[in-house]
Design a protein around this ligand. Structure first.
Ligand code: URP
Ligand code: ZN
Ligand code: ZN
Ligand code: ZN
Length: 477
């Protein structure tokens, strides 16, 4: 077991910042010290195995991306990052834990879906990983199985009001699953879009010859998200289930969540970098030499990118400040253009849904600090501390304190990051963030005490990451 001292940096938490040295022994943080401290009469720096000089840099708890889909079979293909490639890319970007979604489909057993996810991830991850459980078929068997999830270290499950015929649950199924949520304390995560209505609109658009990626965003209108968010909130309130709405993009859905929170209800919301920066017109309606109008397929995801004309992005940044939205995940679900997205070349309905960003979340959110949209402390809170609390990992993850796992990132505010498919580490033939420039840089990444990224070199190996057994949410009111 080796010891590491990170010295000279500014340690940032969700509640403040201060100059301190961080001592890691083996896999754990053992001390946060006044700069240059002696410990029991010995010079700490002289007695550790490794000293990392963080002078002029931020020392933050490793990022937690609570919404990823490695190797997800979806839309006639599979998400292009494996647990190996996706978690390595995450590490490059300063994320030291992910929570991925194990999948149970209609007609399958929850236990079998979960076992399959363990099989994909075990021994392959670069960083620690946990699972949420997707329940794609709510019936007596899966409802019973949900009661056993906490013993497996899974304290949250996702339901879909969208994707009829794939993962969709009707209101009766949502109600029954939420009753189990209320009874067990498991957090209900909701994909809140009115899937059946969206499918009618999408079919009508396609029949009228409107088949370009742009129309994906037209079919999935904000009304479909607002309505489903409201319905989910009311069903949660009726049953007493705590509710976490995933990948919120419409300002009207944000307002529903804010309203529910104003009632004092256990209702939470997550957004993703794409909804803060990208738009229906610029990206989904984009055009390129190579792909023509099909360029927009790179940004086909659900919920969709919203119009830049209606102030959704501005409203979302505001909600991050006011805590109407509590955290930022990526919904990392990458597909290559060639051989995957191009399944929908002739019809947007056949484009696999998803964007890959697991590598860039910390940087993209840090840019919000640079531009004055959020504070440094809020950056840490949105990307690490709240994800840890929300999903039952806090204490071990999400904070730099004695006893916590040695998951630490040294972030250089004077560094620079240019995002490009030519340099990223995700298994994707394009980047949704091509050309984005970040006024900051992930310098060193330590995962459970091991330096995995340092000075542009990857030092980790597959299997470094362990399965995280999670407890109940520590965020509920
Ligand atoms: O487009 C998306 N979001 N793909 C991933 C699946 C989901 O709904 O989260
Ligand atoms: Zn979803
Ligand atoms: Zn997702
Ligand atoms: Zn740097």
């Amino acid at each position: 077991m080796s010891t590491t001292l990170i010295t000279g940096g500014t340690v940032v938490s969700a509640t403040g910042r201060g100059d301190a040295d961080v001592l890691i022994d083996g896999e754990r943080i053992v001390a946060v010290l006044a700069p240059g401290s002696e410990l029991l009469g010995t010079d700490v720096a002289a007695s550790v195995d490794t000293v990392i000089d963080a002078t002029g840099k931020y020392v933050i708890p490793g990022g937690i991306d609570a919404h990823t889909h490695m190797e997800l079979p979806f839309g006639g293909t599979s998400a292009s990052d494996t647990f190996e490639t996706g978690t390595r890319a995450a590490a490059w970007g300063g994320t030291t834990s992910i929570i991925d979604f194990a999948v149970q489909r209609y007609g399958e057993r929850v236990q079998d879906g979960l076992a399959a996810w363990h099989e994909k991830a075990r021994g392959n991850c670069a960083i620690d990983y946990g699972f949420h459980q997707i329940v794609g078929g709510v019936d007596d068997d899966s409802l019973a199985a949900m009661r056993g999830l906490l013993d497996e270290g899974i304290s949250s499950f996702k339901l879909f009001m969208a994707y009829p015929g794939v993962f969709y649950s009707d209101d009766a199924q949502v109600l029954k699953a939420m009753q189990v949520s209320a009874e067990t304390g498991l957090l209900t995560m909701m994909h809140a879009e009115n899937g059946p209505a969206i499918d009618v609109l999408a079919a009508q658009l396609a029949e009228a010859g409107k088949k370009a990626p742009y129309y994906h965003g037209i079919a999935r209108a904000w009304q479909m998200e607002e309505e489903a968010t409201h319905r989910a909130i009311m069903l949660a309130n009726l049953t007493g289930a705590p509710l976490y709405t995933v990948h919120v993009s419409a300002k009207q859905a944000v307002d529903q969540i804010a309203w529910a929170r104003d009632q004092g209800w256990n209702v939470f919301g997550e957004t993703c970098p794409q909804y803060l920066y990208l738009s229906l017109e610029e990206q989904l309606g984009g055009f390129s030499e190579e792909w023509g109008q099909f360029e927009g397929a790179k940004w086909v995801c659900s919920t969709p990118l919203r119009s830049s004309k209606d102030g959704h992005q501005h409203h979302m940044w505001q909600a991050l400040r006011t805590n109407d939205i509590q955290m930022v995940s990526t919904d990392h679900c990458p597909f290559c253009m060639k051989g995957q997205k191009d399944l929908g070349l002739d019809d947007f309905r056949a484009i696999p849904n998803g964007i890959g960003s697991v590598e860039h979340r910390m940087d993209l959110m840090y840019q919000g600090v640079v531009t004055g949209k959020i504070t440094l402390e809020r950056w840490v809170e949105l990307t690490s501390t709240t994800p840890a609390r929300m999903f039952g990992l806090y204490g071990r993850k999400g904070v730099i304190q004695p006893g916590a796992d040695g998951d630490v990132v040294v972030y250089d505010p004077h560094g620079h990051t240019s995002i490009s498919a030519a340099t990223h580490h995700m298994n994707m033939d394009h980047s949704a963030w091509e050309g984005y420039e970040i006024d900051g840089h992930v310098d060193t990444v330590i995962s459970r005490g091991k330096v995995v990224v340092d000075g542009g070199k990857y030092l980790g190996s597959k299997g470094d990451g362990h399965y995280l057994k999670r407890g109940l949410s520590q965020y509920l009111i």
